[in-house]
Design a protein around this ligand. Structure first.
Ligand SMILES: Cc1ncc(COP(=O)(O)O)c(C=O)c1O
Length: 406
């Protein structure tokens, strides 16, 4: 039990008076986390199957990350990118060595920023490779994608509901249905510079790529001299059982973006680009003051070390099987489950009804999950979750679903 002097109600009141209301929040104030558990100000414990909205790939406060951050903040917190620091160099090396394209890294603080960097790099590269009299700047992205909230990434996000009231969005983005290679082929013209896609759509409903899709995009890009950008902000850093999800399909991108899990909960975003592409991001073209600071890079190095030391990439497929077993059995017992989509610890359970009430009921019973696209229950649990906790959480979720009245 861990309580603070202030109650949830008092803290919620501070938010009501002083914090901009741009989020829908549960009426709970969280004060502590450890592994796959969090505690609120009243000492109630929750089993977290959605730690940190996908940032907690090792759960809350992973010990090696905590230790590395503690040590680093006592040594050097921040210096700008006019200097060299060892953690940034070592992290770039670690990410590059785990990529299969010798990627060079740029660091920032979030997923949307990583995608802004990718968009700018694609345009810089496109301009430099435009035959005379043409200008390659358009980027093809996919319906139901999610690339972030800043204006460039938002414009790449092909979901009109996120553009509402903010229009005009940036020009130069062309939308195609996810999974449809013919649509992409039909939309490429002499102004296109890149194709940008999440290998598995996350916010769009945990949508796995149809067979041959990512390979087909690679072939189209090669044929037309376009860059292939994989947004791995949600799928990257081991969530699917490979360092980069695209490695499941043996397709190599020109640019990959990362964030969420990379820093073990500390804010960090990154972009890796093939060396021949990376060279177009020259001094003066792009920057991020906090990007690649020693604290976040040490956290990320500790995160990689933990995944490798504890064999957690292998653990991802064991967990996937265990979750799948639970949800497939549940599917036999209720018509409410339409589909189960899982790769590693990226889990989507599509319902035939809206999921918000189920998420709410789970919260009341001490289980944290998410619902995206109205009907898809999304779980992004930690790689170090125990079998017992998988069973405990899934049994509770099954009870809630079976007890749900439409
Ligand atoms: C695939 C993908 N890209 C980009 C983002 C934006 O990341 P951030 O919220 O860190 O800016 C998200 C966030 O959910 C995401 O899932």
């Amino acid at each position: 039990m861990n309580t603070t002097a202030t109650s949830s109600a008092e803290i919620i009141d501070l938010y009501r008076r002083y914090v901009i209301g741009n989020y829908t929040r549960y009426p709970v104030c969280l004060v502590r986390g450890e592994g796959s558990f969090v505690w609120d100000a009243e000492g109630n414990r929750y089993l977290d199957f959605f730690p940190g909205w996908g940032c907690g790939l090792l759960g809350h406060c992973p010990p090696r990350v905590v230790e590395a951050v503690r040590e680093q903040v006592g040594q050097l917190i921040h210096v700008p990118n006019t200097w060299y620091t060892e953690p940034q160099g070592l992290l770039a090396q670690a990410l590059s060595q785990r990529s299969d394209f010798g990627g060079r890294a740029f660091f920032c603080n979030s997923g949307t920023e990583a995608n802004e960097a990718a968009i700018k790099l694609a345009r810089l590269y496109g301009k430099a490779h435009s035959p005379s009299g043409t200008h390659r700047y358009k980027i093809i992205t996919m319906l139901n994608s999610f690339h972030g909230r800043t204006l460039g990434s938002l414009s790449a996000t092909a979901q009109p509901k996120y553009h509402a009231g903010i229009e005009p969005i940036l020009p130069g983005f062309v939308y195609c249905p996810y999974g449809d290679l013919d649509a992409v082929a039909a939309r490429i013209d002499n102004e296109t510079c890149a194709v940008m896609v999440e290998p598995i759509q996350g916010e769009g409903g945990v949508n796995l790529p149809p067979p041959g899709y990512l390979q087909g995009l690679r072939e189209l890009c090669d044929r037309h001299g376009l860059l292939l950008i994989f947004d791995e902000v949600q799928t990257g850093m081991g969530r699917t059982g490979k360092w980069y999800a695209h490695q499941h399909w043996s397709v190599t991108p020109d640019i990959v973006t990362l964030a969420k899990s990379i820093g073990g909960g500390i804010a960090l975003g990154g972009m890796l680009a093939r060396p021949e592409v990376a060279e177009y991001l020259k001094p003066g073209t792009h920057a991020a003051t906090f990007g690649g600071n020693p604290v976040s890079c040490r956290a990320a190095l500790a995160m990689i070390e933990t995944i490798e030391a504890d064999d957690l990439l292998e653990r991802a497929s064991v967990l996937a099987q265990r979750f799948r077993g639970h949800f497939e059995r549940l599917r036999q017992r209720t018509p409410l489950i339409a589909d189960v989509r899982i790769l590693g610890v990226m889990i989507g359970v599509e319902l035939t009804v809206e999921g918000a009430a189920i998420v709410q009921k789970c919260l009341e019973r001490g289980l944290l999950i998410n619902c995206t696209h109205q009907t898809v229950l999304r779980l992004l649990p930690a790689l170090n979750l125990s079998d017992e906790l998988v069973d405990e959480g899934c049994e509770l979720l099954a009870e809630v679903i079976l007890g749900h009245t439409v």
